[in-house]
Design a protein around this ligand. Structure first.
Ligand SMILES: Nc1ncnc2c1ncn2[C@@H]1O[C@H](CO)[C@@H](NC(=O)[C@@H](N)CO)[C@H]1O
Length: 147
């Protein structure tokens, strides 16, 4: 899994078009979304993550919470982003991983939005620009590490 974490004044998106034959079904209100004072987490779920999705979810939540505490962000935007890797996981696995990350962050008390999966989206992002405002993380499940 590859993550790009941006501490931002806001992130807003608007659905433009389907990017998959069968994108995630969404309601009209999910066609647009915005969070202010947010830690935006752009995530590419990778093929290697398919060997142990549960472990990758746990590690991703740990990493995201660690950064959220450092930058004192109470809102998190989970954003599916297929552009951080050339070895992408299958969409069905990726969507499940992203849903579980969202769920676990909510359980920890964060206000969380997740951008819809399988669409082209316009987005606006206002990065805060402080030293910890732009971070990346790579997570590889144990089984995915070549022995
Ligand atoms: N392995 C994966 N990890 C994360 N997201 C993934 C994925 N496989 C499919 N998607 C989703 O389907 C859209 C088309 O690839 C993706 N759309 C995007 O990445 C938008 N930024 C538009 O390009 C994304 O919603």
């Amino acid at each position: 899994m590859r993550m790009l974490l941006i501490h931002a004044d806001y992130l807003e998106y608007e659905i433009r078009d389907k990017a998959l034959k069968n994108p995630e079904p969404i309601s009209d209100e999910q066609r647009k979304g915005r969070l202010d004072e947010v830690l935006a987490v752009f995530i590419s779920v990778e093929k290697v993550d398919e060997t142990n999705p549960e472990e990758v979810v746990e590690e991703a939540v740990t990493e995201i919470e660690d950064v959220a505490k450092q930058v004192k962000a109470e809102r998190i935007f989970v954003y599916p982003f297929a552009h951080l890797s050339s070895e992408l996981a299958k969409p069905d696995v990726a969507l499940e991983v992203l849903k579980k990350i969202e769920e676990k962050l909510k359980e920890k008390g964060y206000e969380v939005k997740r951008a819809p999966f399988g669409y082209y989206k316009a987005f606006k992002l206002s990065c805060k620009g402080h030293p910890l405002a732009e971070l990346s993380r790579t997570i590889v499940p144990e089984e995915g590490v070549s022995k």
